[in-house]
Design a protein around this ligand. Structure first.
Ligand code: GLV
Ligand code: MN
Ligand code: MN
Length: 413
């Protein structure tokens, strides 16, 4: 029976994981289209070329490599994920899906196996959204749901746009991404599989994600002389917002999540009442109706707190990724493969966003999860057992073969 090369996959993940490495214990940082991301892309492209793939690049910097099948006209069966990271990230988020897909190709090359449909390995631009918004930018563009102009104009905190960063890194092209099906292997990033002792998670769908960037505008004044009732303290309002958002998530129930991940008071001085405070809001919910009504509640909460504190405010929504469900035919295909491979598995929804959330809008899509130890992710402690990496890559290999159709089995199979 054909099997992926576990050692080679481990080496590739470790080598990619070295790029952007921070001080010991602080993980790695490869923000979208940074020098570190460029280095990761260069390595990936070299590996695609070494595997004999035709390398393609689109106007937002999505990279994919195509391995021809017997049917030259068919759209490829694609697998992939992303190579960008949040700050201080683990080694697996994104890179696992990309490099396991590459390992599938390398394995088929080793065994001289040809498929009916072409296969493709993809690395999407800016899945994380840590530098530019919206997140999942590359897959959203590929699915035709994001204008090129809006993507290229997206600006980071230093006023550098995606367009400028693409020019700087040289990762802009003119190819058009197409796929007949899409598969994404990813670490779960939550505690369920590890806690339940399951090998594989088969993802039913992905919850909706909404992000806002907001500012409360008050008045700078002296911390010692300004009586409490005279103040227009923007940070106090933002602090109240943090607590109220948490309460809102609890009240809505049904696994609603709300997070303030960034909070910046200005002028940021010990004895000055903060004149302006800008903040971000991340709001998630799996149920479509609750997602929609929850978003309205978030926006009215921001306004209500501004009014209570006598402040002006601005609120800009930068992400609105709707909840999705994967087609049952694709879910069942992965289930079948996992069962035949002797893996224990369970179905579960995804709490994290993934490129699959938008590729789903382009072609039949499925996701395979492997356990995250202790459920940790988006932090240096993120980890997955190598045995689980192996199982996940194996299920990916077999699922891709089912979708692409086997033509020729070389020796050693
Ligand atoms: C991406 O990792 C997200 O879920 O924010
Ligand atoms: Mn990811
Ligand atoms: Mn992530």
């Amino acid at each position: 029976m054909i099997a992926i090369n576990s050692e080679r996959l481990k080496r590739s993940l470790e080598e990619m994981g070295e790029i952007g490495l921070n001080d010991p214990g602080a993980g790695r940082t490869r923000l979208t289209l940074s020098q570190e991301d460029r280095e990761g892309r260069n390595l990936f492209v070299r590996w695609l070329e070494e595997a004999g793939l035709q390398v393609c690049l689109d106007p937002v910097g999505n990279i994919w490599g195509i391995r021809q099948g017997r049917d030259m006209k068919a759209k490829p069966v694609m697998a992939g994920s992303h190579l960008d990271t949040v700050k201080n990230a683990g080694m697996f988020d994104g890179a696992l899906g990309v490099l396991a897909a590459l390992e599938v190709i390398r394995t088929l090359n080793d065994h001289g196996i040809r498929t009916e449909k072409p296969l493709a390995v993809a690395a999407f631009t800016n899945e994380e959204g840590a530098r530019f918004q919206p997140d999942m930018m590359g897959s959203m563009f590929a699915a035709g749901l994001l204008d090129l102009e809006r993507a290229l104009g997206s600006m980071d905190d230093d006023h550098v746009t995606v367009g400028m960063a693409l020019e700087e890194t040289g990762y802009s092209g003119n190819d058009r991404l197409e796929a007949s099906a899409y598969l994404e292997l990813h670490v779960e990033q939550g505690p369920v599989l590890h806690r339940e002792g399951m090998d594989i998670g088969i993802v039913q769908g992905i919850q909706g994600i909404a992000w806002w960037y907001g500012t409360y505008k008050g008045e700078a004044n002296h911390a010692g002389t300004t009586p409490l009732e005279y103040r227009k303290d923007s940070l106090l309002a933002a602090a109240e917002l943090c607590c109220e958002l948490r309460k809102l998530a609890e009240e809505l129930g049904n696994d609603t999540r709300s997070t303030v991940g960034r909070l910046h008071p200005l002028p940021d001085v010990v004895n000055v009442i903060p004149a302006e405070t800008w903040f971000t809001i991340d709001f998630r919910q799996y149920d479509k109706k609750l997602f929609e009504s929850g978003k309205e509640k978030v926006e009215s909460l921001v306004a209500k707190i501004a009014e209570k504190h006598g402040l002006d405010f601005q609120l800009e929504q930068r992400v609105d990724a709707l909840p999705i469900r994967f087609p049952l035919s694709m879910v069942h295909l992965v289930e079948r493969v996992a069962r035949k491979s002797g893996c224990s598995y369970m179905n579960l929804p995804s709490g994290a966003g993934h490129d699959a959330q938008f590729m789903h809008r382009l072609c039949p899509t499925a996701m395979i999860f492997v356990p995250s130890i202790g459920g940790r992710s988006h932090c240096p402690e993120e980890s997955t057992d190598w045995k689980d990496v192996d199982r996940g890559a194996d299920v990916l290999l077999k699922s891709m073969l089912e979708l692409a159709g086997l033509v020729y089995e070389g020796t050693g199979v």
